[in-house]
Design a protein. Sequence first.
Length: 565
Amino acid sequence: MNNESEVRSNFIFNLITKDLEEGKNNGLVHTRFPPEPNGYLHIGHAKAILLNYTIAKNFNGKFNLRFDDTNPVKEEQEFVDSIIEDIRWLGADWEDRLFFTSDSFESKYEFAQHLIKAGRAYVCDLNPEQIREYRGTLTVPGKESPYRNRSVEENLDLFKRMRKGEFQNGDRVLRAKIDMSSGNLNMRDPVLYRILHAQHHRTGDKWCIYPMYDFDHPFTDALEGITHSLCSIEYSDHRPLYDWVVDNALELMPEVIKCRSRQTEFARLNLSYTVMSKRKLRRLVEEGHVQGWDDPRMPTIAGLRRRGVTPAAIADFLDRVGVARSDSTVDLAMLEYCIREDLEKKAPRMMAVLEPLKVVITNWPTDKTELLELENMPGDEGADTRQVPFGREIFIEREDFMEDPPKKFHRLAHGQEVRLKGAYVILCEEVIKDEDGNVTELRCTYDAKTKSGEDTSGKKIKGVIHWVSAKHAAVITVRLYDTLFTKENPEAEEDGDFTINLNPDSLLTLTDIPVEPAIAAARPGSRFQFMRKGYFYLDPQEAKEGMIIYNRIVGLRDSWAKISK
């Protein structure tokens, strides 16, 4: 689903190719992404966005962005703004075709009146609970509403009075008159309009009746000339109603309908250790389980962006997942693999010590500083180098020292040598401890003949560790992230409330971390590989407040190594 190349062949691609060969829709392809502005988009939406956009692009068609703003109770301008930012960041371009379904409320109201006049819609006084009761079940046919056979004149009068605001929420609805015995529950006189007295973020209080999604969506598709309505698999049972609305629109309002829209469903994206319901993500935000919609632990596009993930990594991941007809769950490790693949050739290598242990090189002159030249991208002959200061006192990772190491421990131990990355080989000669027996400092000596690139010692040292000069170190704050949930399927029915599976260790904040000076001086939004610790991103949001906080994008452990490219 890489929007910079041709889309891989899939059943939707093949279906559209066949439509074009048969001359449908005058050879046009027009897709859209129709989000509800009631929350931030997540990576599952990214799949729908890039699929619709890439399909349109590869068939020389058009792509619309249309907000489905039919529920003013949950919709906010903040969500509209965030969705626009996310889609632009992903690289999809709707050109001048940004629409809101509220733009055509008047046309939908007119269409509803046409349905009433044709005897295909009626005003029903049953309350929501009664409507569900009358609807029946999969094995029991529904019962007709006692208001189903009102006259056209009465229905028109009641519907106009609904619009004028004469009734309260829930008093009446407009329903389609289809078939209460249909095997598809969606065709048993579905609700088309409901009364909702609420302030709309765009139309204010102009309307107090709002169309239902299953009525609004197909009509708006046909109105905009959408040839292929691509949606997730849960809407497959709604397709007969989609067709019913479009067919009636073509018959009753042919002067405004541009084409015969067609709905096609594809599998939604599910990720392990993640919830992909906007309603549940909203709950995580509102109950304070996370620090907002853009919390880097969230699967939202804003969260992934703030964590430091790139659009290219997301596009690669979605391309590998592909487009299928049946739902399945993708291992989160596959996304991590794609992120590493993307950053491997982009992120310069730097040294940062997350759990520092002080080392004093006793035979190094007290006031001497040497500038060592290190590669920014090891193995890349064309990459730049940088100068890193080295002095008498340095910090190494605490895990790189063991008092009583196993046989194959190739890092630092008492009486054992190790090479400092880009510097010298040092030998640990003394271990300093506090009164509780904790190691607080190491005393080492260096071998002047072992300078990297100029080694004349003949020593064969297996271990190489990173370090930071204590005298020249800058300090930063680092955030380390784990999965937001402890279970692969946090929504398992046996668990009840999915929040009981939240991971209490999903965020670890480390302060006063010694790093190379260049790391602290980098521009907001910079990405680096901290040697042996993972890929990190300088949070632009925090930089606005003058703070230097790096988010770990992903660790270096490649748990998806077996996947084929």
